[in-house]
Design a protein around this ligand. Structure first.
Ligand code: HEM
Length: 484
């Protein structure tokens, strides 16, 4: 609590807790709020997925964190991406490490660092509060959670102090940032591991995407997607992000013949509940269909329960479902390390942070796939989906075999404008170099379409480099990376 703050909802008790809980639930977790939030967060999600697809290979956890934090900044304090938001992101990382460490406030310890990060974050939010006080609307309208907290009054009409407002913003970010980021990371993992589930999701989302014709999905539409709901519940059951829940016995309690005396600390081991075959058949299997039936009472405690139940549980579900929508209807991706081990502390996640090779559905083709030869050049086979008919066999490997085959293939696709994307990670390309920007000079540059070429790393077939080409309609400005 020294790091999150003693005034935060996470620490508050009694009427103060009830008042804060009711405000926060209204602000972020009820249908009206969720409607507004769904519209606010989606542009960032859609643009993040576009940028991942352009990069070709990304570590999902790192990228999801960025977009989640940008959305949190907007929702809680109307902050746009900026150096200040980046600093806050760093401060929250430090605070989270501190919260999970021994509370030894001594220079060099994570706890001490967490306190320093808290103080720096307080400084930033204090400035924001002062700015708002100067420009406060006369009609008291609220654009975000911080505005709402500033206006919140107790029974005697007293408003929260500055530090109470700030502690609650800190508490919400601490409770919602990492948890949401990890659950979305697991979403990418499970959907890649279970393609039949992704396929069923596509069947649910594609028609909707078509019908919406470029507009974003609404939270009301999301609540009608039955299979999506089942997938989300199954992801959060298996992800077990909050593996334990703490309570203190308020009075002597008798449980299954054991007496728990008043004042004792009790830990509910939620991960055990969620993976107990008594509660869930074949519990370690990812089976969204199990949610055709509700869980047995008391066996599904992902968000805790009672008066302390998670204040952002519907918001978390909504954010996962929004990602599911944009991923299922717009992307395809593979796990780079499908057998990565899972670490469990501080939260369960695959050790590689879920590295994925990702591209946009329908806009990219696997262009050239071939065995690397002794010189590190690749060019044996052209594999194109719908464009196959326009492509002939690539030329045989040679000193410049890879370039030649790509150029041949491209020239057959369309007269196109071509830029070379970054070369991905760990790929050996022509002459063992990772810099393939020289290829830009060799490729055709006219017409209304542009293409980005990227080799993407595929570990399962060592020695094979697959080139991904993203073809885009040309926009007014010149696409980045084109040499003229
Ligand atoms: C998948 C994501 C999430 C998981 C697994 C999760 C889980 C939990 C759990 C287990 C608790 C403790 C409940 C108890 O003691 O009974 C909790 C509390 C809380 N969570 Fe979440 N949470 C998630 C997302 C969020 C989000 C997005 C927010 C808001 C931005 C949020 C805000 C809170 C708050 C404010 C509390 C304290 C509630 C209170 O003390 O009354 N959580 N959460």
């Amino acid at each position: 609590m020294d790091i999150v703050g003693r005034n935060s909802i996470l620490a508050a008790q009694g009427t103060s807790h009830t008042r804060l809980k009711s405000f926060i639930t209204r602000a972020i977790d009820q249908p009206d709020a969720l409607r507004r939030i769904a519209i606010k967060v989606q542009p960032r999600v859609a643009s993040a997925l576009r940028s991942w697809a352009e990069k070709g290979t990304v570590v999902a956890y790192n990228e999801v964190k960025k977009v989640t934090f940008e959305n949190i900044g907007k929702l809680f304090a109307n902050l746009e991406p900026s150096p200040v938001l980046d600093t806050l992101d760093e401060m929250f990382d430090g605070m989270l490490m501190g919260i999970r460490s021994y509370p030894i406030n001594f220079p060099g310890t994570p706890f001490h660092h967490g306190i320093q990060c808290r103080n720096k974050a307080i400084g930033i939010f204090r400035e924001e509060l002062e700015r708002r006080k100067m420009y406060q609307n006369s009609d008291n309208t609220t654009k975000d959670v911080m505005d709402g907290l500033m206006l919140l009054k107790d029974d005697e009409g007293k408003q929260l102090d500055d530090i109470e407002v700030i502690d609650n913003i800190l508490g919400l970010v601490v409770a919602g940032y990492e948890t949401t980021s990890i659950s979305i990371t697991w979403t990418l993992y499970y959907l890649a591991k279970y393609p039949h589930v992704l396929q069923k999701l596509r069947e649910e989302h594609m028609p909707l995407r078509k019908e919406k014709d470029g507009e974003f999905i609404t939270s009301d539409e999301i609540t009608k997607l039955r299979y999506t709901y089942q997938v989300v519940e199954e992801i959060i059951r298996l992800a077990n992000i909050a593996s334990t829940i703490f309570r203190t016995a308020a009075k002597d309690v008798e449980y299954k013949g054991y007496k728990i005396p008043k004042g004792w600390k009790v830990i509910l081991w939620a991960r055990y509940l969620h993976t107990d075959p008594e509660n869930f058949e074949d519990p370690l299997c990812f089976k969204p269909e199990r949610w055709n039936e509700p869980a047995k009472p008391g066996t599904f405690q992902v968000f805790g329960g009672g008066s302390r139940i998670c204040a952002g549980n519907m918001l978390a579900r909504l954010q996962i479902a929004i990602f599911v929508h944009h991923l299922a209807a717009g992307c395809k991706w593979e796990l780079v390390n499908p057998n990565a081990e899972v670490t469990y502390l501080p939260h369960p996640k695959p050790v590689d942070g879920v590295e994925i090779a990702i591209s946009k559905l329908g806009f990219e083709r696997t262009l050239v796939e071939g065995q690397e030869n002794a010189r590190g050049s690749v060019a044996t086979k052209v594999a194109l989906g719908p464009l196959q008919s326009k492509v002939k066999e690539a030329s045989q490997p040679s000193e410049t075999g890879m370039e030649t085959s790509l150029i041949n293939a491209l020239s057959l696709i369309d007269e196109g404008e071509v830029s070379i994307g970054d070369s991905g990670q760990g790929n050996k390309v022509q002459n063992g170099s990772n810099d393939n920007s020289h290829l830009a000079d060799l490729l055709p540059r006219s017409g209304s379409r542009s293409a980005v070429l990227k080799p993407c790393k595929l570990l399962p077939n060592q020695g094979v480099i697959r080139w991904v080409i993203s073809i885009k309609e040309r926009v007014e400005s010149k696409p980045l990376g084109i040499k003229s």
